[in-house]
Design a protein around this ligand. Structure first.
Ligand SMILES: Cc1ncc(COP(=O)(O)O)c(C=O)c1O
Length: 486
């Protein structure tokens, strides 16, 4: 089973407070135990080596070793000479949502009130899925949000419509029409707690437990995780250079839903050809399937004109579209959206009410104003330029330092790219060597359900400082060379 939480994300999920009453060791032990109890790291998952982990967390190696030993003694971890520290199988229990231990600050009686502000946050080198949050105009956002909050009358403090704030839905209708060719009314736009909550809701409503869906292989692990939570059987469908393989999908039908990322295939970065889009819609019409179009990062395109969304080509109301602000803005905003066919609006709206999966209406209004005043567009234009430059720098540096080892495929969009290995190397050895050198890099084979036809590195660049890219690539090349050439 794939960890739902990537091991590379661990340092960001284990926040430590230097000024707290509890020692760093007890904070780390509590936080790690909480993740393990939550079932977010399945048995067998290998944790980073103690030296690497200590460096990533900014603590001493002794602290990490002591925590590993403690959690091993408690039965959460297993440490074996030569094979590192792994997550142990816990006795059967439903995953527990164990609340995070709030560590009170030393200097604030009753715990740290007010926003937690770390002095410096940097995502691990080559981490995927991270936008450059340091470049987000937090001051503008705070001003806009403050104005919206101050202006709010008592009516805004009451329960609000479950489908989302009308102002934000109207802004999204304009934005999606302009950038993605989507034609829909504001009533078809439903605001969710990010794209992940949207995916979960779609599965709950459209795929009864035991039903069957088809998904691109490789794919975003969150889709498989949500399907497993909802008791849905997903069959992987290969992806070729034009996207979802229709012939292969046809042989695997019937299925209730086809899950695709046409704008920028996750993780391969392929833009699905128009021919393939039309064939996919045709297949769905003939074989009576729904399509889920996950357009998670389509705002971030650097070259060429984006192809219109699949939803915009759909004449029969079979496409459900989902998007998110996690990539174009920041992930902790937890705002995403669904665009659903008219006939599904009532069902989805009442499900949003029942499940309570609605982001704060206040934040939705602040976001609408952020759009209206042009801040969103400005930020997006800046990020497109910067990420385009970073992508170019990464492709260039990989070519310079590891051109004989890697073949780089830089797409026209996104926040990460795939560097294919020119020579084969056993995945376990590769992972071990990279992690021993302090890199926590996702391998392409980690994202496949079926057989990975060719191994590669999945490398994020959006959050990396431009000036660090060359040096990190040089170090990565050296590590890779040791792994490949022994
Ligand atoms: C392909 C894909 N879909 C969905 C999501 C979920 O995004 P959100 O943060 O909006 O839940 C992600 C997040 O990385 C993703 O990569």
């Amino acid at each position: 089973m794939e960890p739902f939480v990537a091991v590379s994300d661990l340092p960001t999920l284990l926040p430590l407070k230097r000024d707290a009453d509890h020692s760093l060791q007890s904070q780390l032990a509590d936080n790690l135990r909480r993740l393990l109890l939550g079932g977010e790291l399945p048995p067998g998952t290998r944790l980073p080596a103690s030296r690497t982990f200590a460096r990533q967390l900014g603590v001493s190696r002794n602290t990490v070793t002591a925590v590993f030993e403690q959690l091993a003694a408690e039965g959460y971890l297993q440490s074996r000479q030569g094979s590192g520290t792994r997550v142990a199988a816990l006795p059967d229990h439903p995953p527990l949502a164990v609340p995070a231990v709030e560590t009170p600050s030393k200097d604030v009686p009753g715990g740290g009130r007010g926003p937690r502000r770390s002095k410096k946050f940097s995502a691990p080198a080559f981490a995927t899925g991270f936008p450059d949050v340091g470049a987000f105009p937090l001051g503008d956002w705070a001003r806009v949000a403050g104005r919206v909050f101050r202006r709010a009358g008592p009516e805004l403090l009451a329960y609000q419509g479950a489908a989302g704030q009308p102002d934000l839905r109207r802004e999204l209708v304009d934005h999606l029409a302009r950038t993605r060719g989507i034609r829909c009314g504001p009533e078809q736009v439903l605001i969710t707690n990010g794209a992940q909550a949207g995916l979960d809701l779609v599965m709950r409503l459209m795929l009864p437990p035991g039903s069957h869906g088809l998904v691109e292989d490789p794919c975003w692990q969150g889709i498989r995780a949500a399907a497993s939570l909802n008791g849905i059987r997903l069959t992987p469908v290969p992806v070729d250079d034009q996207g979802f393989d229709i012939g292969a999908a046809e042989r695997l039908l019937p299925a209730r839903m086809l899950f695709v990322t046409p704008s920028c295939q996750y993780p391969l970065g392929i833009t699905m050809s128009l021919e393939r889009r039309l064939a996919l819609l045709d297949l769905a019409r003939q074989r009576d399937c729904w399509i889920l179009e996950d357009d998670y990062d389509s705002d971030l395109r650097y070259r060429g004109r984006p192809l219109a969304a699949l939803q915009s080509l759909d004449a029969t109301g079979r496409v459900i579209y989902t998007g998110t602000f996690s990539k174009a803005m920041f992930a902790s905003l937890r705002i995403g959206y669904l665009v659903v066919p008219e006939k599904l609006v009532g069902r989805f709206t009442s499900a949003l009410r029942i499940t309570g999966q609605q982001p704060s209406p206040m934040l939705q209004l602040a976001l609408a104003e952020f759009f209206r005043e042009g801040y969103f567009g400005r930020h997006l234009r800046r990020m497109r330029k910067q990420y385009g430059k970073k992508q170019e720098a990464l492709a260039g540096a990989l070519q310079r330092h590891a051109g004989d080892l890697l073949e780089v495929e830089a797409g026209d969009a996104g926040m990460q790219l795939v560097a294919w290995l020119r020579r084969s190397v056993e995945a376990g050895r590769l992972r071990r060597m990279l992690s021993g050198d302090g890199f926590d890099i996702r391998l392409l084979s980690d994202l496949y359900d079926g057989v990975c036809p060719r191994e590669g590195l999945f490398l994020g660049y959006a959050a990396m400082p431009l000036e660090s890219i060359d040096g990190q690539c040089r170090a990565l090349a050296a590590s890779l060379r040791r792994a490949i050439e022994g």
